[in-house]
Structure formats: C-alpha cells, structure tokens
Design a protein around this ligand. Structure first.
Ligand code: AMP
Ligand code: MG
Length: 413
C-alpha cells in the first residue's frame, strides 16, 4: 500500500506541473472577468484638456475679489462653450464665458463659478441668446471647478497591472485610453468525460440499473465558475474501446486539461487507468481525505489529466481541492479559496482523515455556527445543495467537541 498523501502535498505536486497559459488578444469591452496579461500604461493624459467640473462661467479669479450677494461683480459674457466644443476666444479682464460641465476651459480663464453663485437664470432652451453680462455673487480662487488635463490619468502612469481580473471600471479605463483590444490570459479549455455503464444523460429514458450523469453538469459548472471553458463529451461506457475513443475525442478538442469521473478505483470495470497508461502516464494517489477515493493524476499526451472519483460529492470535493487550483493557475488567477471559521454545535467523531463536512452556516451573535446538512454520504448530492460550506476537520482529528472553532471553505453561488 502506498503512503497516504496529505491534501496539501497533492495540491503542491499538481501545481508544480501546471503552468499559466499563454495570452490572447480580445475585444476590450468584452473582457469582463478576464485576467489581464499586460501592464496597461496611459499613453495620454485623461482628460486630455483642462475642463470645467460645473455648469457656470469661466472667468479670471482675480476679477471676482470681494464679490458678494450685496455687491455682485458684473462681467461681460463673450462666449458660450457647450461640452464637446472648443472656444478660441480668450477671456480678458472683466469678461466671462458661459461653460458647461466637461467643456474645455477657454484661454485666459483660470476658474469656473457655478451658475448657482451668479444671478444668471438659464432656461432649458440652448438657443436662447446669451445675456450680455452676468453678476458673480461669490469670490473664486484660481483653479476652482477646473479639472486639469491628466487629473484622472497621467500619460506614462501604470494604470492596470498584469494579473488583474478585469472589472467594469477597468474596462472603462481601457476605453478611456482608446483601447479596442486587450491582451488577456487564455481561458483553460477543460474536457469532461463521465464513465460508467450505468450512466445516461438527462432526457434519455432511465433503464434498469441506470442513473443520470450528474457529474458532467456539476464539473462543467465548476469549470465555468473558475474561469475555464467546459467541453462536455458524451458518456463513455465501461469498455476499453469506448473509453479510448472518448479520450481521443477529448484530445482532438485541444484541451488544456482533461477531467474524468469514475473508473479509477480497483473495481473490475475501471478502465480509465488502463487507457491513460496507453496514452500517457498516470499515478494513483491515495489521499488522506474524506470523502474521496484514490485520485488519478497524470497526462494524456501532453495534457494534464485528473481522474476523479464517481460519487457526486467526492467528485465535487476533489475538484474543489485539486482541479480548481490547477484551472486557476492555468488561467492566471489567484488561488486562495474563500474560507471563514465557524463553531460546531455538537460533539463529533472522525476517522483521522482530513474531512470535509457539508455544513450550513448561520450567524449567532458575533460568531458563525456550522451545522451538518444531515447525511454525509458521498453519493448524496443534496448534501451539497443544502450546504453553505465545507467544514474542514484537520487530519489526525478523531474527536471534535461542541464549541470548537474550525475552518470552513465557502461554496460559491
Ligand atoms: P465508481 O467511481 O465508478 O465506483 O462510481 C462510484 C459511484 O458514483 C457509483 O454509485 C456511480 O454510479 C456513481 N457515479 C459515477 N459516475 C457518475 C456520474 N457521472 N454521475 C452521477 N453519479 C455517478
Ligand atoms: Mg463505475
């Protein structure tokens, strides 16, 4: 019997053999959630010109000294500058230009006074003649309500770092800089193969002794949640030719990773192992983990391969622990899993393996309480449906007393 490997040791071995994928160019506005593969540096000032941050009057601040409601300063209005229009008319002493938010500051002006601090009464009619003069009722300082060129982004400034998972505001920055394309890490393509004579797809009639292939749907969802592209292949029946054919199909789809479920234990009909040994190489790792049978890891051709146990809960948990970090690393994403701590409410006994218990979580005062979802059978997918998280019982633990605080891996929505 080979030694039992710890969960952490298996994760490290896997990660040691996985490399980040190469980059590809995609349309910038479609890159939400993708991982940036380049540093983005501003190639120009944003905004490109000094402009008004208010609707009001551009003027020389020095002209407004001492202005008040009782003693307004009167200025001649010599121009009207809507957003998107440039006025070349220089503002001289005793002059002002009506200006809208975002419009370029005219030459000569050094401040903007908002309309509310003037005696102007604007109508919604843009074509209305400009009043000949305006009374300013509050003194302004140079720079008031003026956004300098480059106030948002300075030319040469590093704005987004490679490795950033692009958010809506990041796309906004790319567009502001005029970018239409952006370099991002390629999404891992993950081929998914379910094996077993007992399996049929939803929509097919269920014959005697048959169950539906739920694993492929679950794995496809997990792949997507972690930034990968799932490629679902048809079910492989439990015979050498069928399994061989599926793995050939998987390779033809040019995946970055292949995941199969079932067919890797010591059962008489477990054929995945035999086929992988023909096509590449395979190690069976006995992991000190519950739930989870032996984990097969290897490669098919040059593509990394995971053979997960068939039981639906074991499939999910071994995916979460071992496949997820591989997909995240290929995709250039941070590996940290969302974790918290919670207190258990009852005494429990364990067999000493690192155990992932399906639990619900509820807030109780200032602490989080974890309670079992009921059956912990590795075939009971409902236990995952009910669970908010996986309570982590460390290896070597045989007894946990009520009130003990343990780590919990949170399951994502
Ligand atoms: P195995 O790993 O082949 O021994 O399968 C373990 C258990 O998981 C058996 O009860 C199988 O019927 C079940 N199982 C295997 N593959 C799937 C699948 N794709 N979807 C749902 N259950 C499965
Ligand atoms: Mg089987």
């Amino acid at each position: 019997m080979p030694e039992l490997m710890s969960v952490e040791e298996v994760v490290q071995r896997v990660l040691g053999q996985i490399v980040r994928l190469d980059a590809e160019n995609v349309v910038a506005v479609d890159a939400l959630g993708r991982v940036l593969a380049e540093d983005v540096v501003a190639d120009a000032d944003i905004p490109p010109f000094a402009n008004s941050s208010m609707d009001g009057y551009a003027l020389r601040a020095a002209d407004t000294t001492g202005a008040s409601a009782e003693h307004p300063v009167r200025l001649n209005v010599v121009a009207d500058i809507p957003a998107g229009h440039v006025s070349e008319r220089a503002i001289g002493a005793g002059e002002a230009a009506r200006i809208m938010t975002g419009a370029p500051l005219p030459p000569g002006a050094d401040a903007v006074v908002q309309v509310e601090l003037t005696d102007a009464e604007w109508t919604r009619d843009d074509t209305a003649d400009l009043a000949g003069s305006v009374g300013i009722v509050s003194a302004a300082d140079a720079g008031d309500n003026v956004r300098d060129a480059g106030e948002d982004l300075r030319q040469g400034q590093a704005v987004l770092r490679a490795g950033t998972v692009l958010r809506p505001q990041d796309l906004g920055v790319l567009v502001s800089l005029g970018r239409t394309q952006v370099s991002v890490v390629r999404q891992p393509r993950v081929a998914i193969i379910a094996t077993g004579d007992e399996l049929v797809e939803a929509g097919e009639p269920l014959g005697p002794g048959q169950i539906r292939n739920s694993n492929s749907a679950v794995i496809a969802g997990l792949v997507s949640q972690n930034g990968g592209i799932p490629i679902r292949l048809p079910i492989a029946k439990d015979n050498l030719d069928a399994v061989r054919e599926r793995f050939a199909e998987a390779l033809a789809a040019q995946p970055d990773l292949i995941v199969s479920t079932a067919g890797v234990s010591v059962g008489a009909h477990d054929l995945v192992r035999a086929v992988i040994e023909e096509l590449g190489e395979l190690a069976l790792w006995r992991v000190n983990l519950r739930p989870g049978k032996p984990l097969a890891y290897g490669r098919v051709g040059s593509v990394p391969f995971f053979g997960l146990p068939g039981n639906p809960v074991s499939t999910m948990i071994t995916f979460d622990l071992f496949v997820r970090p591989a997909i995240l690393k290929q995709g250039g994403r941070p590996l940290a899993a969302p974790v918290t701590t919670a207190v258990v409410t009852e005494d429990m006994t364990f067999d000493g393996r690192e155990t992932y218990m399906r639990v619900t979580l509820r807030q109780d005062g200032d602490r989080l309480v974890a309670e079992t979802t009921g059956t912990q059978s590795s075939g009971a997918l409902l236990s995952m449906v009910l669970a908010d998280g996986l309570l982590i019982v460390p290896a070597g633990t045989t007894h946990v007393a009520a009130g003990t605080e343990l780590g919990v891996r949170l399951l994502r929505a």
